[in-house]
Design a protein around this ligand. Structure first.
Ligand code: GLY
Length: 564
């Protein structure tokens, strides 16, 4: 009897926790019948949706949303960074676009090391030396040129108006700006617009950015990569001790690539290929867990967390060794995604005990890679879908802000492996495949992903979160597919992460069952609930059975879905 009362009390406690959690964060997202934009800021989602309503498609909306994020969300939205886009057309045709930053021509393998061969603190993360050649403007123009339908004027006008009119500071933005002011002062010679005592509900105007966007409207891509803008940008970077030249900017090009495609149960997953590690790593993890009955184990149960953690551990060990820019290194992609290889990788796993990362290296194949990024998903009334992740790398990138042009510059150079075996800002260990070379693209974790079910569009999903991006995307797909959640519920659910090294399971604090945590610790898992107050900020869209779309906009940020 005592035992039954205890169970009843426990169940009631759990139910009331879930209820209060659910009241705070609704489990059903915005529903739309025709088109939808889910992004990190309401202003960007509104502008993107207005483009769709004017007859534009996902690629027109991409240009509008991406550039609106550069205005409304300078934390990660950008002109001075880069990104990746995965698409699926209504015809079923798929593809992906790489507009990742590149190392400048004057970059050298050891540029972040001192005379003793040690990594110089902050050189690859703060200020002009951290900046890679930006790819964003080239990216949105490449997508628009190939698939866009609306004139540039229609797309850019509302973005330019937003920069002139200004953007209202949110509570979360106020906290972020205040936290980064010391870094803004360290990276910049002069006071920048964000380095002020901005408070919630203040409006920040961006007139210099509006001018830069106007030049881009008038001159196209060359309005950024050539002429006066390029001269000003290269001069500014060099004045601050950097090495990017006008020639670096003029020679930058976005690249169409072949996505990584794999099956998981009856789903076809289409994700980003190298130089992002996202698709390959996601494919490896899903391949390693495919034969385990996750639904039976239960969502965020000890067994489910174990199997996912062990697969993540093994995939991230491979990531570090094998992956880099495919234009510079041979990646054994087919081999490391093969069933036999993945089965073999899991052969030493046992539910009895954690596999210590110290005993695990990359696998062998038979042939002679903020944390602060942002993701948006768009579907249009024509049945096209895109998943786009874009970044400055760290929060506000290198913190270096070109006041004359009105934007922050990335610190993406830190995504290279400055010194094999030494962790970058995400704790990721790199190897030779991701070493620095002139014009090489640094390895990424960005994982914009589209999922098909029964040959039809099913999901568009992605997130910021540095090294945790891949495992967030994984958990959303599993939450929907294996654990029968809707998109918003899947996004709300607590997340965890493992990346081989450091050998710890990051968990969002106070969201996991204490008994589960204790069971995992007994098996040798090192649980860390302190260092990741949130893991990712996922934005996604799910096609429902009746053909309408459900958004998942992450409550962890100011993310907003707008649909019609
Ligand atoms: N800068 C984060 C990433 O590309 O993975």
């Amino acid at each position: 009897m005592k035992y039954r009362i205890l169970i009843l009390a426990l169940t009631l406690t759990l139910l009331s926790c879930k209820e209060s959690y659910t009241k705070k964060h609704p489990v059903t997202g915005v529903i739309a019948k025709q088109g939808m934009v889910v992004s990190a800021r309401k202003e960007a989602s509104l502008i993107g949706t207005s483009i769709l309503k004017q007859g534009g498609n996902v690629f027109d909306a991409m240009m509008a949303t991406e550039l609106a994020l550069a205005v409304a969300y300078p934390y990660a939205g950008n002109l001075g960074g880069g990104g990746f886009m995965v698409y699926r057309l209504n015809s079923g045709a798929i593809g992906c676009l790489d507009y990742r930053e590149k190392a400048p021509m004057a970059a050298t393998k050891n540029m972040y090391l001192d005379s003793l061969g040690n990594v110089i603190p902050e050189k690859s993360t703060l200020g002009a030396m951290a900046v890679g050649v930006p790819g964003t403007v080239a990216g949105v123009f490449a997508a628009h040129e190939k698939f866009g339908t609306l004139p540039l004027e229609t797309i850019l006008k509302p973005v330019i108006d937003l920069a002139k009119k200004g953007v209202v500071v949110t509570e979360k933005q106020e906290r972020r700006i205040q936290a980064k002011r010391p870094s803004f002062q360290k990276a910049n010679k002069d006071t920048i617009v964000l380095d002020a005592n901005w408070k919630v509900n203040d409006t920040i105007k961006y007139p210099a950015l509006a001018n830069t966007l106007q030049v881009i409207l008038e001159q196209g891509k060359d309005g950024f990569y050539k002429g006066d803008t390029a001269k000003t940008l290269a001069g500014f970077i060099q004045d601050n001790g950097g090495i990017i030249t006008e020639e670096d900017l003029a020679s930058y090009e976005a690249k169409w690539r072949k996505p990584v495609i794999f099956n998981y149960d009856n789903l076809k997953i289409i994700s980003m290929s190298p130089p992002s590690s996202g698709g390959v790593c996601l494919g490896q993890i899903m391949g390693m867990i495919a034969s385990y009955p996750l639904e039976k184990y239960g969502h965020n149960s000890t067994k489910a967390i174990q199997i996912i953690t062990e697969a993540e551990r093994r995939a991230y060990a491979d990531r570090s060794y094998y992956l880099g820019d495919p234009d510079f290194v041979d990646i054994p992609q087919t081999e490391i995604l093969s069933d036999s290889y993945l089965k073999d990788r899991m052969s030493n796993f046992s539910f009895k005990q954690a596999t210590p990362s110290s005993t695990l290296k990359h696998g062998n194949v038979e042939v002679v890679e903020s944390d602060e990024t942002t993701h948006y998903s768009i579907v249009d009334q024509y049945g096209n879908a895109i998943a786009v992740t874009t970044t400055l790398n760290g929060a506000y990138g290198s913190k270096l802000y070109c006041s004359e042009l009105g934007f922050f510059l990335n610190n993406e150079m830190d995504d290279f492996s400055s010194k094999p075996g030494t962790p970058n800002m995400f704790g990721l260990i790199g190897a030779e495949a991701n070493s620095i070379a002139p014009q090489k693209r640094m390895l990424s974790s960005m994982t914009p992903t589209i999922v098909e079910k029964n040959g039809e569009f099913y999901m568009s999903v992605g997130t910021p979160g540095g090294s945790t991006i891949i495992t967030c995307v994984l958990q959303i797909i599993l939450n929907v597919h294996d654990f029968n959640m809707g998109m918003q519920e899947a996004v709300n659910a607590p997340r965890f992460h493992h990346q081989w090294l450091p050998d710890e399971v990051l968990m969002e604090p106070n969201k996991f069952d204490k008994k589960t945590i204790s069971a995992l610790e007994k098996k040798g898992y090192h649980i860390n609930e302190k260092d990741a107050p949130i893991i990712g900020r996922v934005d996604g869209i799910l096609k429902l059975k009746d053909g309408s779309y459900e958004a998942g906009a992450d409550y962890r940020g100011d993310d907003t879905a707008i649909g019609f």
